[in-house]
Write a protein that binds this ligand. Structure first.
Ligand code: BEZ
Length: 304
């Protein structure tokens, strides 16, 4: 059995359709059907029920799919790890969610650069969901994101839980609440959430915070990204709930107020490929903890 058999079968099973799978694999449909047939002959079992549309897997097909996917992920990981180890110059590609750029990310990156001047660091803004894909494809080496992905080929280290705050136009009735605001005071407001896609995203964390308090905001407006949400807040179009790092984004028409609800927090994760134990990553984690120590931010210390 060749790796291509696994790849072809996973595409058919995921697309539930031979034509779409062939398009995704950039091959014609007849050779794809032949390869699947060959795979079934090699295994001596039927993986796909005959004549079903959309494609339906047999019990053996479901079993094969569940094991083929992690195997393909591991192969992808093996490829990017080997390329990384074989490279002469040392590089570190970092994916980050936009909010971290207004908080501690610049300090962490500067600290890392100061201590590791031989490493070429590149930064890429992307959502947490995009980071997981980019890690698996070897386009980044570490992701700083906010969502807990269940992907087994990715290792996540929880760095800390960051409090959420409310961003409002200075003329808004809640802008005067210097001691903080409670979620219940926001339910009749227009709540701007981001990013609209891909989901799940920080938008779902904000909605989950309301849900956790048994609250449903009357109006939720989904916008493409953080910067758009903040621009609309400044224009008086609504309120946004953002991680407190975003307070580093100074805007003369936006004020930030604490959210009093204890559960209104957003985690920050350090995500890497499961097998990756490179010194670049160890040093990056050390730079994060060094900045936390300097600023007195409580945290536990994990090792790779
Ligand atoms: C933080 O705010 O804790 C953080 C930001 C960027 C990278 C790592 C941690």
């Amino acid at each position: 059995m060749e790796l291509r058999h696994l790849r072809y079968f996973v595409a058919v099973a995921e697309e539930k359709n031979f034509t779409r799978a062939a398009e995704r694999l950039h091959i014609a449909q007849p050779p794809l059907s032949r390869q699947i047939q060959q795979l079934e002959e090699m295994l001596g079992v039927t993986l796909i029920e005959k004549g079903t549309r959309p494609v339906k897997l047999t019990e053996a097909g479901h079993f094969f799919l569940a094991h083929a996917k992690p195997l393909l992920d591991q192969v992808g990981e093996l490829k990017s790890m080997t390329q990384r180890i074989g490279k002469l110059e040392r590089t570190l590609s970092v994916g980050f969610v936009a909010s971290t750029l207004y908080g501690l990310l610049p300090d962490i990156i500067r600290r890392y650069r100061d201590n590791n001047p031989e490493v070429e660091v590149t930064l890429h803004e992307m959502t947490t969901v995009e980071q997981i894909k980019a890690l698996k494809e070897g386009r980044i080496d570490v992701g700083f994101g906010r969502l807990k992905s269940e992907d087994t080929s990715i290792r996540r280290i929880l760095l800390r839980e960051e409090r959420m705050v409310v961003a409002a136009f200075p003329g808004h009735r809640l802008a005067g609440s210097e001691n903080g605001v409670r979620l219940v005071e926001l339910i009749h407001e227009s709540i701007l959430v981001y990013p609209k896609a891909p989901r799940p995203s920080f938008a779902d964390q904000v909605l989950a915070a309301f849900n956790h308090a048994n609250l449903t905001p009357e109006s939720v407006v989904e916008v493409r990204e953080l910067q758009i949400a903040m621009g609309l807040v400044a224009a008086g179009q609504g309120l946004a709930i953002v991680p407190e790092s975003v307070q580093g984004m100074h805007h003369r028409n936006v004020v930030y107020r604490k959210l009093i609800d204890k559960h209104a927090v957003s985690p920050i994760f350090f995500s890497i490929r499961h097998m990756d134990r490179s010194p670049e990553l160890e040093n990056m984690l050390a730079a994060v903890y060094a900045i936390y120590d300097d600023l007195g931010i409580p945290h536990t210390k994990e090792t790779l």
